[in-house]
Design a protein around this ligand. Structure first.
Ligand code: SAM
Length: 190
């Protein structure tokens, strides 16, 4: 089942093997700290989960990219709002994935060896979050919202998103997790 709201976060250096420590998400993990904050912003409200929302982390770092980590709001269990325990779910998934094409790491958390183009083909129509975007409005759900980690999308990623509207949340460059909170707020207010 496809969620009403899907967030795809492009993890440009995020490692695709469990060769990092939970104490070093920022360095050894390739800015996995940014991605974990995005999962919390996408999935959590105070004291509960958004069951209509999925988060997809697209890991593009070494040694075997790409890997997409899917958090399914409708079925996820054992997800907590802190970075470290979310990273532990991802780490366990990478341990289980090994040479497989996909694996369920824990209930509602699955890993798949798919890239951006294939992922976009499986999900509802996409918009790209971009501080130079040409609109401030989100289309109606179901939709897919794509954003960068601490770096903007590459030329190749932009090409895969060429037909997607570019939505801006003001002209200041914001943290990715803050963009997700603002996007939810805007869509919640309709
Ligand atoms: C931390 S920013 C990326 C780096 C930033 N552009 C820079 O180099 O200063 C992460 C992502 O959040 C999204 N983003 C940040 N600010 C935004 C804004 N004002 N409107 C829409 N999207 C934004 C974009 O997708 C961006 O790639």
């Amino acid at each position: 089942m496809v969620a009403d709201r899907n967030f795809v976060i492009l993890g440009h250096r995020a490692h695709t093997a469990p060769d990092w420590k939970l104490d070093d998400l920022c360095g050894g993990g390739g800015r996995l700290d940014v991605l974990m904050r995005c999962v919390t912003a996408a999935m959590w409200v105070s004291h509960g989960l958004r069951r209509d929302t999925d988060a997809w982390l697209l890991l593009s770092g070494p040694p075997a990219p790409p890997v997409a980590v899917h958090f399914c709001g409708a079925s996820v269990r054992y997800l907590n709002p802190d970075e470290r325990s979310t990273a532990a779910l991802v780490r366990n998934g990478l341990v289980k994935l090994r040479n497989r094409a996909s694996v369920e790491a824990s209930p509602g958390v699955t890993l798949h060896r798919v890239g951006l183009e294939e992922l976009l083909a499986r999900l509802p129509p996409a918009v790209l979050l971009d501080e130079t975007g040409d609109t401030t409005e989100f289309p109606a759900a179901p939709l897919t919202i794509v954003l960068g980690d601490d770096r903007d999308p590459t030329g190749e990623e932009r090409a895969a998103l060429a037909s997607a509207p570019r939505v801006q949340l003001g002209d200041r460059s914001l943290l990715s997790s803050a963009c997700i909170t603002l996007a939810h707020h805007q869509m919640d207010s309709v």
